[in-house]
Design a protein around this ligand. Sequence first.
Ligand code: SF4
Ligand code: MG
Length: 325
Amino acid sequence: TIAIVEVENLHKHFKQKSSLVKAVNGVSFTLYEGETFGLVGESGCGKSTTGEVLLQLTKQTSGIVKYKGRDVTSFSKKELKNWRKDVQIVFQDPYSSLNPKKNVGWILNEPLRIHQIGNRATRFEKVLRTLEDVGLDASYLERFPHELSGGQRQRVAIASAIILDPVFIVIDEGVSALDVSVQAQILNLLKELQRKYKLTYLFISHDLNVVQYFCDRIAVMYLGEIVEIGKTEEISAAPKHPYAEALFSAIPMHDEDDRRIVLEGDLPDPSNPPSGCPFHTRCAYALEICRSEKPIARSVGDGTHKVSCHLSVPVTCRNLSKTEQ
Ligand code: SF4
Ligand code: MG
């Protein structure tokens, strides 16, 4: 498997009023060709900022982002512009990304024009083919974003993301604003396009139902850090980190002892995160050491599944014998 994006110890801190918000605080992961990798967590945990830094829409404070082995954080302007053809983003609300004053034909032609691809005739061909790729046809060319349904708008946003034949797409809450039935259609479309064009997706979402269905692997983020990373089915069936356990307990599972873990307290202020383990202020299992020492990621299972927690016996195993530790 080919590594498409490698993120190493990424930090993004920014000033807000008089404090320093640590939006992304030491995140590392690798995205492999053709996979869908989910970033999950409550709003404000740093998922979107991570996606933006990956695409260099905002600069990291420190750390490295590699694309096919090359460090994009040191790209020149020209290299960045060239690279932009390969990487795209789809947002929750296509209203913010689609120019309301332009029709669909213009919107889809624009990236081709900017990157000086083909001539008028070949560009028009490409626009038509891409419209078909997303389940629309030539009758949409003259329509404006406000004349489309939410699902159709998202199809146009996806068309404009794939029209330059990208390799990697960040989908930031890409279906969160849609009705459940339309969500399913858009997710199926994304899957189809992924197979057809070998796309690699970073799927940012707070909706675990969607993530479980759509992602091959996931990383659970809390206060700018990844607390658990691994295969979706492994984590959703048996989360090992107390925060992941709480998150996944909130969605209905099929077994009898459906117990929902309600987290005590609010998400701490990201400009003043707790010492030690960032989750210790809300963790039902917290130990003395959790307040002072930050846990480091360690492998559980086959080595690709990693957890950042001091517990020597992970939570899902603890349910079997509550008296341990
Ligand atoms: Fe809870 Fe401690 Fe594990 Fe953090 S390190 S999740 S506080 S048990
Ligand atoms: Mg977000």
